[in-house]
Design a binder for this molecule. Sequence first.
Ligand SMILES: Cc1cc2nc3c(=O)[nH]c(=O)nc-3n(C[C@H](O)[C@H](O)[C@H](O)COP(=O)(O)O)c2cc1C
Length: 307
Amino acid sequence: MGYASLAAAVSNAGGLGMVTALTQPTPERLRQEIKKTRQLTSKPFGVNLTLLPALVPPDYDAYVDVVLDEKVKIVETAGRNPDMYIRKLKAAGVIVIHKCVSIRHALTAERLGVDFVSVDGFECAGHPGEEDVPNFVLLAQATRKLKVPFLASGGVGTGRQLAAALALGAEGVSMGTRFMATVEAPIHPRIKEAIVEANETSTTLVMRSLRNTERVYKNKVALEVQHIEKERPGDIGAIRHLVKGENYRKSFQETGDTESSVWSAGMVMGLIDQVLPCKDLIEGMVKEAEDIIKNRLNALVVPSSKL
Ligand SMILES: Cc1cc2nc3c(=O)[nH]c(=O)nc-3n(C[C@H](O)[C@H](O)[C@H](O)COP(=O)(O)O)c2cc1C
């Protein structure tokens, strides 16, 4: 999903688009994707570098070298043990946003000198971690504990939530699932329709038994994975054929079949009722947030003379 087309559309619409490094099979392909993004937008964009457990880990160093070589100014790191990559990126003057799901990890990232933390609540699509703290508490805790500025990630899809995130101390929001249901998202229209039709109970968690939990669209395959995990907890070999990335790439890019693969999606699906162009989505959210702040929140402030 984090390809040049969507990243550029988000940046052109006033957001900060992200190219996902590991959706590119090789570091050289990432270089091409960065160049392609530059052709599609003159606005800033970033690259996401996700460090997840893998039997044969990708050559992260080579991906980071491409990012530095291409003079990408903003990188979002996510996943396990990002320390040495954060250090390397910071030493090169890159603005680093570290995405994490616990205040403990956010504090570590702060110590390592990241510029922003992206606080990813339990509602989020993808990997919510194992501590299951939703954003209403996580963000309030971030405000108390962090000195570094932070973004609210997970479960966000409306302007009202943007206003709430700002009230909770965030500098802005980060969205994954909401951008899947945009005109520019390079995914099959049937997947977008499924997101619009889904509600807030349409996700489930797989790979809990591997402590690599992933929030995904609740479909036949996800339930099968859960069943196998119950019988054979922690056995990646028993579920690999069902969770492998190739399956969902096929659903997203070729077939549009919502049921035949395990694919990341968040609870925010319940708040998505239209496929929109990125510009309309972002501008609509900002307008809604402004309206709530000016008209609802401001009206709640009682002048001290009336107290
Ligand atoms: C289809 C899909 C793929 C994702 N892939 C990645 C990824 O490769 N790396 C990453 O850090 N986060 C990934 N995410 C998670 C998002 O970056 C973000 O943390 C999450 O979507 C926020 O929750 P939301 O979907 O409720 O907005 C993905 C999300 C979706 C929906």
